[in-house]
Design a protein around this ligand. Structure first.
Ligand SMILES: [Zn+2]
Ligand SMILES: [Zn+2]
Length: 192
């Protein structure tokens, strides 16, 4: 399970316990909670198989992305903290795996791109987290999108149609970004 670290003391408050976020978890809709708090919402769900809805925006939560601070990730002072951290990571992973079969439309992918790409970006360009092979796939996907923008060949050339000529570029970029998001999602929801 990967852990995206966020800067310490960024002052984010958990909307559930109204305290500073502890062992943060970010939802696919971009809301940050303490892992324990959002997992408790899951516990209170009558049916553990259906997704919970985000307490902030009522959107379906399909992903809980680990968002611990660097200090939380490296804290090894007591076995108690260590156990708690591993336990929370296991449960977040379980949630993601359980809900990995949710069908995603292209539009829904687009809507959640900012959150997913933020995590994909952080995981790809920092040490640890993703395997190098996985990072390579994400970087190649981003490069492919960029390449299409840069090479003169276009499905709809800008020179003839002006702004409309840009539409295909935007669509191609979006297509590749969604592919990055699909790739990242498959990694987060993979078992074990
Ligand atoms: Zn909380
Ligand atoms: Zn939300």
């Amino acid at each position: 399970m990967m852990v995206r670290t966020r800067s310490n003391n960024d002052g984010r408050e958990c909307p559930i316990c109204m305290d500073a976020v502890r062992f943060g978890a970010e939802t696919n809709c971009g809301h940050l909670y303490c892992s324990a708090c959002i997992l408790q919402v899951w516990d209170q769900n009558v049916n553990t198989v259906t997704c919970i809805s985000c307490p902030c925006c009522r959107q379906e939560v399909t992903l809980l992305l680990c968002c611990f601070t660097a200090a939380e990730s490296s804290d090894s002072r007591s076995a108690e903290v260590l156990n708690e951290r591993e336990h929370l990571k296991d449960r977040l992973q379980r949630y993601n795996t359980l809900h990995s079969n949710v069908k995603y439309s292209y539009l829904r992918h687009m809507k959640e791109l900012p959150t997913i790409l933020r995590h994909a970006w952080a995981e790809t360009f920092t040490w640890g987290g993703l395997t190098w092979l996985f990072k390579l796939r994400i970087v190649l996907m981003m490069l492919a999108g960029l390449l299409y923008l840069l090479v003169p060949f276009d499905l709809i050339p800008e020179a003839f149609l002006g702004v409309i000529g840009l539409v295909d570029d935007v669509m191609v970029i979006c297509f590749f970004l969604v592919q990055v998001s699909v790739l990242f999602r498959s990694h987060v929801t993979a078992e074990g």
